[in-house]
Write a protein that binds this ligand. Structure first.
Ligand SMILES: [Cu+2]
Length: 286
């Protein structure tokens, strides 16, 4: 029951933060934009039922996936499966492991996938995701929609020659720890997520309500009751990234204090989301 409620909190956070104030921002003109267009811009559209439409072949190297959607909120996630592990097995393991909290399924999913991150989009605002992909077979899906079909695509051909866009960088380290720096990030730009930890993680960064502190968030997690001290509508979400992988996504946030956390379930802790293991810290947006 405890784990179920915790998981429900994680899911609601992911769903509610998806698409809040992310995506393409001002400053679309200029040299950076010209480079993006020149090298590896991949259009992705997400329609009813979380159906993803994008090119079936993408060039290797760094691509920028521009995500548009007719849905209110959509969350693109990219991943690759170990050869021999099928989409059907992966989908079943997600349902049993992530939604029903069955640890064997969660462990099998984690052992057989490379999670590459993602980005959110809303009907009003496109999202942008930059990832360096090696040649191979991949899948794309909308994690904001249960039952979204997993779309296969191939990475092959000539390298784009592009590099990941410059911007602020947040790092996961050790097992379930956020690196202490930077303390603050700008209000908009590209945010890079480097997973240097030994577990899967995602960035869930959510704004603290006025007057609330990180201590209030800690108390909320400990008590598992009362009103959350965070505004679920204002935040960003990176999609899930496997150890050793990097990605970057475009964001825009109002100035303020945010909790940087992760709700990925830890199989070695009975499926407890990382937030409940202390994986959170303050980030100022200036
Ligand atoms: Cu995590």
């Amino acid at each position: 029951m405890l784990v179920h409620r915790i998981a429900a909190l994680g899911v609601s956070l992911m769903v509610l933060t998806a698409g809040a104030l992310t995506g393409g921002t001002a400053g679309a003109a200029g040299p950076a934009a010209a480079r993006e267009t020149a090298a590896g811009m991949v259009p992705v559209s997400i329609g009813a039922g979380g159906v993803v439409t994008m090119p079936s072949v993408v060039a290797p190297g760094v691509n920028t996936f521009k995500i548009t959607t007719t849905r209110r909120n959509a969350s693109l996630q990219l991943l690759a499966l170990v050869p021999g592990y099928t989409v059907e097995q992966a989908e079943a393991d997600v349902e049993n492991g992530l939604e029903k909290g069955r640890l064997k399924a969660l462990r099998r999913f984690e052992a057989n996938t490379t999670l590459l991150g993602g980005a959110t989009a809303t009907r009003e605002k496109a999202g942008k995701l930059a990832i360096d992909l090696e040649p191979g077979s991949y899948l794309a899906l909308d994690t904001n929609k249960t039952g979204s079909p997993w779309l296969p695509f191939t990475v092959s051909g000539t390298d784009t020659g592009a590099s990941l866009p410059a911007g602020a960088s947040l790092r996961a380290i050790d097992s379930t720890t956020w690196a202490k720096s930077p303390r603050a990030i700008p209000r908009s730009g590209w945010l890079r997520f480097k997973n240097r930890a030994d577990q899967n993680h995602f960035i869930a960064m959510v704004k603290l309500l006025p007057g609330k502190t990180l201590e209030d968030f800690a108390t909320f997690l400990d008590d598992e009751s009362g009103r959350p001290p965070i505004d679920f509508r204002v935040g960003i979400d990176s999609g899930v990234v496997s150890p050793g992988h990097d990605m970057a996504f475009k964001y825009r946030l109002p100035r303020g204090s945010y909790v940087l956390t992760c709700f990925w379930p830890d199989a070695s802790m009975g499926g407890m989301p990382h937030a409940f293991m202390g994986m959170y810290r303050l980030v100022e947006v200036r």
